[in-house]
Design a protein around this ligand. Structure first.
Ligand code: DX5
Ligand code: ZN
Length: 228
């Protein structure tokens, strides 16, 4: 089994005027990576930031932290090169936004980034499956993308279970409403990359929340390896 438990705080719920220090704080609290939500006001009804911000964040946090760019944008092809140049580590685009995922996957790789492929709640996992062997990570959204602080959609868990069974070594990420109350469902289903926004950022003790989320996922991974 090649995957491990990783916790990536979504800094969308933080004080956006302090993004740099919030990213540093999350890494100091034990985050394994940072999940950065890019929204264009078109694919989703909200707008956040683009590659100029990523370039600044990279300077602030240094070369090491892994930046998972969650690209909630209508034209993901447009931002591959600028994001790579800005210091993005992984480019996670939405399957719903492109008619040629194969070409986009190739472009992302050629730009030196890892490839993530996301699906909205209304998109089936069978639509993602043909690409699963060509990507580094599948993202199963557990809310409608656009805003932090929404309710976790437990009915997305069969998608995660199906993916884990079909692709035993794939990195599978969940995003939306994930925190101490919902982490057990995600871990049991087979998710190993956990995005958590408001539950981590809004906590008085983010370090403990991150550690708890990681422990639950690591235990589920260990159990799965013993069951095999
Ligand atoms: C929603 C974003 C999420 C969001 C998660 O569209 O993709 O990353 O910030 O925040 P919580 O954990 O609060 O749902
Ligand atoms: Zn996200």
């Amino acid at each position: 089994m090649s995957y491990s438990a990783k916790i990536g705080p979504s800094i969308l719920s933080s004080d956006l005027s302090c993004l740099g220090s919030e990213c540093v704080r999350m890494m100091e609290c034990g985050a394994d990576y940072l999940h950065l939500d890019v929204m264009d006001g078109h694919f989703v009804p909200n707008i956040t930031f683009g590659h100029p911000m990523v370039e600044c964040l990279r300077k602030t946090v240094g070369q090491d932290p892994f930046f998972d760019m969650h690209m909630m944008v209508s034209r993901p092809e447009q931002w591959v090169k600028p994001m790579a140049a800005a210091g993005a580590s992984q480019y996670t685009f939405h399957l719903e936004t492109t008619t040629n995922p194969g070409n986009l996957i190739k472009e992302i790789r050629e730009s030196g980034m890892k490839v993530g492929l996301a699906i909205k709640p209304g998109t089936t996992v069978e639509e993602l499956a043909p690409w699963a062997n060509h990507i580094d990570m599948a993202l199963v959204m557990t809310v409608e993308p656009g805003f932090g602080g929404q309710k976790f959609m437990e009915d997305m868990m069969p998608k995660v279970t199906w993916l884990r069974n079909q692709f035993p070594s794939l990195d599978i990420e969940v995003d939306g409403g994930v925190g101490p109350d919902s982490i057990h469902k995600c871990a049991e289903a087979g998710a190993n990359m956990i995005v958590s926004g408001s539950a981590v950022i809004g906590s008085d003790d983010p370090r403990s929340v991150i550690a708890l989320l990681r422990t639950v996922v690591a235990e589920a991974i260990q159990k799965r390896s013993l069951d095999r």
